[in-house]
Design a protein around this ligand. Structure first.
Ligand SMILES: N[C@@H](CCC(=O)N[C@@H](CS)C(=O)NCC(=O)O)C(=O)O
Length: 251
């Protein structure tokens, strides 16, 4: 039974191959290009939500990042990166694991629907959403002041859930991270991770199907003035953007 990761390019499904690399488990990676902005029909056919990520494992088809991450850690990773009740960091882990994609990612998305500096026709939800987003960044920065990782001193699946919102999501919703030095330092730590020790496996073939990219290295890249093309929103004007290379640019 081969675990297959269905990855939509430049999307939050990048969490899943990264997790597999961190765990060092075998998996098959199937890559889908956006067509042009949303997932292509063959991806939409995998699961009724039509949303990435999706994994398949034998007869099982599973969507939703958190469910995929927990399933893989518990079924294929021997519970690694997913602390349980007896672990001293359990409650912190649970909190940040759920906050990362249950609150932070949607809050950023909602706030990003109206560009900063505009009030969305006086809709009070706009100011509310932007405050919630800013509170999220401040709270996260404070958390990372005294903790190397979200749950404390150990890298966990909570970090795998979070990083997309600080990196690739900025293709779609430009965000300035300079006011948050602890978040920047955290991203640098993430960028220095090896994922897993290199394995001698072929990188996927031209049709986007292939074995895991053993040893995929997560490299933090700094992108200079002017930013680069956003796949959906057109050119990003953000001046100083940090992004994860490695997984981001390979996938
Ligand atoms: N909460 C869901 C969100 C999934 C989601 O919105 N995925 C986006 C990728 S960032 C997607 O599939 N967009 C393309 C589409 O809907 O066609 C999760 O974490 O799995």
């Amino acid at each position: 039974m081969v675990l297959t990761v269905h990855h939509l390019q430049v999307s939050q499904s990048e969490r899943i191959p990264w997790l597999c690399e961190e765990l060092g488990i075998p998996y098959e990676l199937k890559i889908y290009q956006r067509a042009p902005a949303l997932a292509p029909p063959e991806f939409k056919a995998l699961h009724w939500t039509g949303s990435a990520p999706v994994i398949t494992d034998g007869d099982l088809t599973l969507a939703e990042s958190g469910a995929c991450v927990q399933y893989i850690c518990e079924k294929h990773g021997g519970g690694r990166l997913f602390p349980t009740a007896s672990h001293p960091l359990y409650a912190d882990f649970l909190y940040w694991f759920h906050w990362a994609n249950g609150t932070f990612t949607p809050t950023i998305g909602r706030a990003g629907m109206v560009p900063d500096g505009q009030d969305g026709g006086g809709n009070p939800m706009v100011a509310y959403s932007k405050k919630k987003r800013d509170d999220g960044f401040k709270g996260l920065d404070a958390r990372l002041r005294d903790n190397d990782w979200l749950a404390g001193n150990e890298f966990t699946a909570a970090d795998v859930m979070l990083v997309f919102s600080l990196t690739t999501l900025r293709y779609f919703v430009p965000m300035e991270l300079a006011p948050y030095p602890n978040i920047l330092a955290y991203l640098k730590r993430v960028g220095e991770r090896e994922g897993v020790p290199a394995r001698d496996e072929e990188v996927g073939s031209g049709d986007g199907v292939g074995p895991g990219r053993g040893g995929a290295r997560v490299v933090l890249q700094e992108v200079g003035e002017g930013g680069q093309e956003c796949p959906v929103a057109g050119p990003c004007s953000q001046t100083r953007r940090l992004m994860l290379g490695g997984i981001l640019h390979m996938l």
